[in-house]
Design a protein around this ligand. Sequence first.
Ligand code: MN9
Length: 297
Amino acid sequence: MNDLRGIYPALPTPMRADGAVNYAGLEQLVDYEIAQGVDGLYVGGSTAESFLLTEEERMKIAETVLRRADGKVKVIVHTGAGGTDAAIRLSRHAGAHGADAISSVPPIYFKYTTEEIIGYYRDLIAASEMPLVVYNIPAFTGINMTQGGARELFKHPQVLALKHTNTNMYELERILAHNPNLVALNGYDEAFLSGLSMGANGMIGSTVNFMARKFIALRDAFNAGRNAEAFRLQREANEIIETLVEVGVFNAVKYAMELRGVDCGQCRGPFKPLTDADKKKVKAILEKNLGEALSPC
Ligand code: MN9
Protein backbone atom coordinates (compact mmCIF):
# COMPACT_ATOMS: atom_id res chain seq x y z
CA MET A 1 0.00 0.00 0.00
CA ASN A 2 1.18 3.51 -0.71
CA ASP A 3 1.66 5.33 2.54
CA LEU A 4 1.54 8.98 1.58
CA ARG A 5 1.93 10.39 5.09
CA GLY A 6 4.87 12.71 5.63
CA ILE A 7 6.50 16.07 5.05
CA TYR A 8 6.95 17.17 1.44
CA PRO A 9 8.46 20.33 -0.02
CA ALA A 10 6.39 21.67 -2.92
CA LEU A 11 9.38 22.06 -5.22
CA PRO A 12 9.86 25.36 -7.06
CA THR A 13 11.02 25.20 -10.68
CA PRO A 14 14.60 26.44 -10.92
CA MET A 15 14.97 28.79 -13.89
CA ARG A 16 17.86 30.34 -15.74
CA ALA A 17 18.31 34.06 -16.34
CA ASP A 18 16.75 33.64 -19.82
CA GLY A 19 13.65 32.04 -18.29
CA ALA A 20 14.36 28.45 -19.39
CA VAL A 21 13.95 25.62 -16.88
CA ASN A 22 17.23 24.84 -15.14
CA TYR A 23 17.19 21.03 -14.96
CA ALA A 24 20.67 20.80 -13.39
CA GLY A 25 19.44 23.16 -10.66
CA LEU A 26 16.42 20.93 -10.20
CA GLU A 27 18.65 17.92 -9.59
CA GLN A 28 20.62 19.91 -7.04
CA LEU A 29 17.33 20.88 -5.35
CA VAL A 30 16.23 17.24 -5.16
CA ASP A 31 19.55 16.24 -3.55
CA TYR A 32 19.29 19.11 -1.09
CA GLU A 33 15.76 18.19 0.02
CA ILE A 34 16.52 14.50 0.42
CA ALA A 35 19.53 15.42 2.59
CA GLN A 36 17.21 17.48 4.81
CA GLY A 37 15.26 14.34 5.69
CA VAL A 38 11.96 15.01 3.93
CA ASP A 39 9.60 12.07 3.40
CA GLY A 40 8.78 12.95 -0.18
CA LEU A 41 8.70 15.54 -2.95
CA TYR A 42 5.67 17.27 -4.47
CA VAL A 43 6.37 18.10 -8.10
CA GLY A 44 4.68 20.55 -10.46
CA GLY A 45 2.27 22.22 -8.06
CA SER A 46 1.48 25.88 -7.42
CA THR A 47 4.97 26.60 -6.10
CA ALA A 48 6.40 25.08 -9.30
CA GLU A 49 4.42 27.65 -11.35
CA SER A 50 2.75 24.71 -13.08
CA PHE A 51 0.24 26.86 -14.95
CA LEU A 52 3.12 28.92 -16.38
CA LEU A 53 4.92 25.85 -17.74
CA THR A 54 4.35 23.99 -21.00
CA GLU A 55 3.20 20.38 -20.95
CA GLU A 56 6.57 19.33 -22.30
CA GLU A 57 8.40 21.16 -19.51
CA ARG A 58 6.12 19.63 -16.89
CA MET A 59 6.89 16.15 -18.18
CA LYS A 60 10.62 16.75 -18.29
CA ILE A 61 10.53 18.19 -14.76
CA ALA A 62 8.68 15.11 -13.45
CA GLU A 63 11.14 12.78 -15.19
CA THR A 64 14.14 14.68 -13.85
CA VAL A 65 12.87 14.57 -10.26
CA LEU A 66 11.86 10.91 -10.44
CA ARG A 67 15.18 9.87 -11.92
CA ARG A 68 17.19 11.87 -9.39
CA ALA A 69 15.14 10.81 -6.34
CA ASP A 70 15.58 7.22 -7.50
CA GLY A 71 13.10 5.76 -5.00
CA LYS A 72 14.83 7.29 -1.95
CA VAL A 73 11.71 9.31 -1.07
CA LYS A 74 8.11 9.33 -2.27
CA VAL A 75 7.24 11.50 -5.26
CA ILE A 76 3.80 12.94 -5.91
CA VAL A 77 3.36 14.61 -9.31
CA HIS A 78 0.73 17.29 -9.81
CA THR A 79 -0.85 16.61 -13.19
CA GLY A 80 -3.79 18.98 -13.09
CA ALA A 81 -4.48 20.94 -16.27
CA GLY A 82 -7.19 23.06 -17.83
CA GLY A 83 -8.65 20.08 -19.66
CA THR A 84 -9.09 16.35 -19.14
CA ASP A 85 -6.92 15.20 -22.07
CA ALA A 86 -3.82 17.10 -21.02
CA ALA A 87 -4.27 15.99 -17.40
CA ILE A 88 -4.52 12.37 -18.55
CA ARG A 89 -1.34 12.67 -20.63
CA LEU A 90 0.54 14.13 -17.66
CA SER A 91 -0.88 11.49 -15.28
CA ARG A 92 0.04 8.55 -17.52
CA HIS A 93 3.48 10.01 -17.99
CA ALA A 94 4.00 10.37 -14.22
CA GLY A 95 2.85 6.78 -13.70
CA ALA A 96 5.11 5.45 -16.43
CA HIS A 97 8.12 7.12 -14.80
CA GLY A 98 7.44 5.70 -11.35
CA ALA A 99 5.56 8.38 -9.42
CA ASP A 100 3.97 7.17 -6.18
CA ALA A 101 0.80 9.17 -6.81
CA ILE A 102 -0.66 11.86 -8.98
CA SER A 103 -2.39 14.95 -7.68
CA SER A 104 -4.67 17.50 -9.26
CA VAL A 105 -6.52 20.71 -8.61
CA PRO A 106 -10.07 20.65 -9.97
CA PRO A 107 -10.40 21.91 -13.57
CA ILE A 108 -10.32 25.68 -13.47
CA TYR A 109 -11.53 28.75 -15.41
CA PHE A 110 -14.87 27.43 -16.73
CA LYS A 111 -17.63 26.98 -14.19
CA TYR A 112 -18.11 23.22 -14.28
CA THR A 113 -20.81 21.38 -12.39
CA THR A 114 -19.84 19.19 -9.46
CA GLU A 115 -20.66 16.19 -11.63
CA GLU A 116 -18.23 17.37 -14.30
CA ILE A 117 -15.50 18.00 -11.72
CA ILE A 118 -15.92 14.54 -10.22
CA GLY A 119 -15.95 13.13 -13.75
CA TYR A 120 -12.62 14.82 -14.45
CA TYR A 121 -11.02 13.13 -11.44
CA ARG A 122 -12.57 9.76 -12.28
CA ASP A 123 -11.19 10.00 -15.82
CA LEU A 124 -7.68 10.72 -14.51
CA ILE A 125 -7.82 7.81 -12.10
CA ALA A 126 -9.20 5.39 -14.67
CA ALA A 127 -6.80 6.36 -17.46
CA SER A 128 -3.64 6.40 -15.33
CA GLU A 129 -4.53 3.68 -12.80
CA MET A 130 -2.67 5.84 -10.28
CA PRO A 131 -3.43 6.68 -6.65
CA LEU A 132 -4.67 10.25 -6.41
CA VAL A 133 -4.15 13.15 -4.03
CA VAL A 134 -6.99 15.64 -4.42
CA TYR A 135 -5.51 19.13 -4.31
CA ASN A 136 -8.03 21.40 -2.68
CA ILE A 137 -7.11 25.07 -2.89
CA PRO A 138 -10.34 27.04 -3.02
CA ALA A 139 -8.57 30.42 -2.72
CA PHE A 140 -6.97 29.85 -6.16
CA THR A 141 -9.57 27.73 -7.94
CA GLY A 142 -12.83 29.07 -6.52
CA ILE A 143 -13.93 25.45 -6.00
CA ASN A 144 -14.09 23.75 -2.61
CA MET A 145 -13.65 19.98 -2.80
CA THR A 146 -14.46 19.43 0.88
CA GLN A 147 -18.00 20.78 0.61
CA GLY A 148 -21.24 19.39 -0.75
CA GLY A 149 -21.40 16.76 -3.49
CA ALA A 150 -17.67 16.91 -4.24
CA ARG A 151 -17.08 14.96 -1.01
CA GLU A 152 -18.27 11.83 -2.81
CA LEU A 153 -14.87 11.63 -4.46
CA PHE A 154 -13.19 10.74 -1.17
CA LYS A 155 -15.02 7.39 -1.19
CA HIS A 156 -13.17 6.28 -4.33
CA PRO A 157 -10.62 3.53 -3.50
CA GLN A 158 -7.88 5.21 -5.57
CA VAL A 159 -8.28 8.53 -3.77
CA LEU A 160 -5.71 8.08 -1.04
CA ALA A 161 -5.12 11.62 0.13
CA LEU A 162 -6.28 15.20 0.31
CA LYS A 163 -3.94 18.17 0.04
CA HIS A 164 -5.79 20.56 2.29
CA THR A 165 -4.75 24.06 1.25
CA ASN A 166 -7.43 25.75 3.27
CA THR A 167 -7.60 27.15 6.76
CA ASN A 168 -11.03 25.64 7.42
CA MET A 169 -10.06 23.04 10.00
CA TYR A 170 -13.63 22.04 10.73
CA GLU A 171 -14.01 20.78 7.15
CA LEU A 172 -10.74 18.88 7.45
CA GLU A 173 -11.88 17.20 10.65
CA ARG A 174 -15.28 16.28 9.16
CA ILE A 175 -13.76 14.84 5.96
CA LEU A 176 -11.44 12.67 8.03
CA ALA A 177 -14.25 11.60 10.36
CA HIS A 178 -16.25 10.43 7.33
CA ASN A 179 -13.21 8.90 5.57
CA PRO A 180 -10.99 7.39 8.26
CA ASN A 181 -8.48 5.91 5.80
CA LEU A 182 -7.89 9.16 3.96
CA VAL A 183 -4.46 10.77 4.43
CA ALA A 184 -4.62 14.53 4.87
CA LEU A 185 -1.61 16.61 3.93
CA ASN A 186 -1.83 20.15 5.20
CA GLY A 187 -1.30 22.80 2.52
CA TYR A 188 -0.84 26.12 4.31
CA ASP A 189 2.46 25.92 6.14
CA GLU A 190 1.34 28.66 8.55
CA ALA A 191 -1.48 26.38 9.71
CA PHE A 192 0.50 23.14 10.01
CA LEU A 193 -0.02 22.74 13.76
CA SER A 194 -3.75 23.44 13.38
CA GLY A 195 -3.90 20.80 10.64
CA LEU A 196 -2.06 18.25 12.79
CA SER A 197 -4.46 18.85 15.65
CA MET A 198 -7.42 18.10 13.36
CA GLY A 199 -5.91 14.88 12.01
CA ALA A 200 -3.53 15.82 9.19
CA ASN A 201 -0.74 13.27 8.73
CA GLY A 202 1.79 15.55 7.14
CA MET A 203 2.20 18.57 4.93
CA ILE A 204 3.04 19.74 1.43
CA GLY A 205 4.46 23.23 1.45
CA SER A 206 6.54 25.81 -0.32
CA THR A 207 8.41 26.91 2.81
CA VAL A 208 9.37 23.30 3.57
CA ASN A 209 12.01 23.77 0.86
CA PHE A 210 14.25 25.87 3.06
CA MET A 211 13.06 24.91 6.58
CA ALA A 212 12.17 21.23 6.41
CA ARG A 213 13.95 20.58 9.69
CA LYS A 214 11.77 23.04 11.55
CA PHE A 215 8.60 21.34 10.29
CA ILE A 216 9.97 17.86 11.01
CA ALA A 217 10.78 19.01 14.57
CA LEU A 218 7.29 20.53 14.85
CA ARG A 219 5.63 17.28 13.81
CA ASP A 220 7.80 15.25 16.17
CA ALA A 221 7.05 17.61 19.06
CA PHE A 222 3.33 17.38 18.36
CA ASN A 223 3.40 13.58 18.13
CA ALA A 224 5.29 13.38 21.43
CA GLY A 225 2.77 15.68 23.13
CA ARG A 226 5.25 18.54 23.56
CA ASN A 227 2.68 21.15 22.64
CA ALA A 228 4.49 24.26 23.87
CA GLU A 229 7.50 23.35 21.72
CA ALA A 230 5.30 22.65 18.70
CA PHE A 231 3.64 26.04 19.12
CA ARG A 232 6.99 27.83 19.45
CA LEU A 233 8.20 26.23 16.20
CA GLN A 234 5.00 27.20 14.37
CA ARG A 235 5.34 30.78 15.61
CA GLU A 236 8.94 30.98 14.37
CA ALA A 237 7.88 29.59 11.00
CA ASN A 238 4.98 32.05 10.81
CA GLU A 239 7.17 35.04 11.45
CA ILE A 240 9.09 34.03 8.33
CA ILE A 241 6.00 33.17 6.28
CA GLU A 242 4.36 36.52 7.05
CA THR A 243 7.27 38.35 5.39
CA LEU A 244 7.46 35.92 2.47
CA VAL A 245 3.78 36.30 1.67
CA GLU A 246 4.10 40.09 1.87
CA VAL A 247 6.84 40.22 -0.79
CA GLY A 248 5.46 37.37 -2.97
CA VAL A 249 5.83 33.85 -1.63
CA PHE A 250 7.03 31.96 -4.72
CA ASN A 251 9.86 34.33 -5.59
CA ALA A 252 10.69 34.59 -1.89
CA VAL A 253 11.00 30.79 -1.63
CA LYS A 254 13.32 30.82 -4.65
CA TYR A 255 15.42 33.49 -2.97
CA ALA A 256 15.51 31.53 0.30
CA MET A 257 16.83 28.56 -1.68
CA GLU A 258 19.49 30.75 -3.24
CA LEU A 259 20.56 31.60 0.33
CA ARG A 260 20.73 27.85 0.94
CA GLY A 261 23.08 27.48 -2.02
CA VAL A 262 20.55 26.22 -4.58
CA ASP A 263 20.07 28.78 -7.36
CA CYS A 264 16.41 28.75 -8.44
CA GLY A 265 16.36 32.01 -10.41
CA GLN A 266 13.10 33.95 -10.64
CA CYS A 267 9.46 33.14 -11.33
CA ARG A 268 7.98 33.69 -14.75
CA GLY A 269 5.75 36.69 -15.44
CA PRO A 270 3.37 38.02 -14.42
CA PHE A 271 5.05 37.34 -11.05
CA LYS A 272 7.25 40.31 -10.26
CA PRO A 273 10.82 39.80 -9.09
CA LEU A 274 11.85 40.67 -5.55
CA THR A 275 13.43 44.10 -5.09
CA ASP A 276 16.70 44.47 -3.23
CA ALA A 277 14.75 45.82 -0.26
CA ASP A 278 12.48 42.72 -0.33
CA LYS A 279 15.53 40.46 -0.36
CA LYS A 280 17.07 42.26 2.59
CA LYS A 281 13.85 41.82 4.56
CA VAL A 282 13.57 38.11 3.69
CA LYS A 283 17.20 37.42 4.59
CA ALA A 284 16.90 39.22 7.94
CA ILE A 285 13.75 37.36 9.01
CA LEU A 286 15.21 34.02 7.95
CA GLU A 287 18.40 34.58 9.90
CA LYS A 288 16.46 35.63 12.98
CA ASN A 289 14.13 32.61 13.00
CA LEU A 290 16.40 29.93 11.63
CA GLY A 291 19.18 30.98 14.00
CA GLU A 292 21.92 30.79 11.36
CA ALA A 293 23.75 33.10 9.00
CA LEU A 294 22.85 32.55 5.36
CA SER A 295 25.10 33.01 2.33
CA PRO A 296 24.71 35.46 -0.66
CA CYS A 297 24.72 39.29 -0.57
O1 MN9 B 1 1.81 24.29 -1.67
C1 MN9 B 1 1.69 26.43 -0.74
N1 MN9 B 1 0.49 26.87 -1.32
C2 MN9 B 1 0.40 27.99 -2.05
C3 MN9 B 1 1.65 24.95 -0.73
O2 MN9 B 1 1.32 28.75 -2.20
C4 MN9 B 1 -0.88 28.25 -2.69
C5 MN9 B 1 1.93 26.91 0.69
O3 MN9 B 1 3.13 26.35 1.09
C6 MN9 B 1 2.00 28.43 0.81
O4 MN9 B 1 2.91 28.96 -0.11
C7 MN9 B 1 2.44 28.90 2.20
C8 MN9 B 1 2.33 30.41 2.34
O5 MN9 B 1 0.98 30.81 2.34
O6 MN9 B 1 1.70 28.26 3.17
